[in-house]
Unconditional design. Structure first.
Length: 68
C-alpha cells in the first residue's frame, strides 16, 4: 500500500521536482553506503528501499518524457 501512495505522489510532481527528488535520493544512497562501509548503519534494509525509490522516480521521469 505504501508504494502505491508514493507512486501517486510522484505522478503529481513536475519533472523538475522529480529531478530534485532523484538527486536527494542519490545523495541519501551514497550516505547510506558510506555508513554501511564504516559499520555505522543500523537499518541496512533502507539501502534497498532507497534504490527502489530511485528506480521509481526514474521510471516516472521516463513516462513523462514519452508523454511530451
Amino acid at each position: 500500500m505504501k508504494a502505491t501512495n508514493y507512486l501517486k505522489e510522484l505522478r503529481e510532481e513536475s519533472v523538475a521536482g522529480l529531478q530534485e527528488q532523484l538527486v536527494a535520493a542519490k545523495k541519501e544512497l551514497f550516505n547510506l553506503r558510506f555508513q554501511n562501509a564504516t559499520n555505522q548503519l543500523d537499518n541496512t534494509a533502507r539501502i534497498k528501499e532507497v534504490r527502489k525509490n530511485i528506480a521509481r522516480i526514474q521510471t516516472i521521469i521516463t513516462e513523462k518524457a514519452k508523454e511530451a
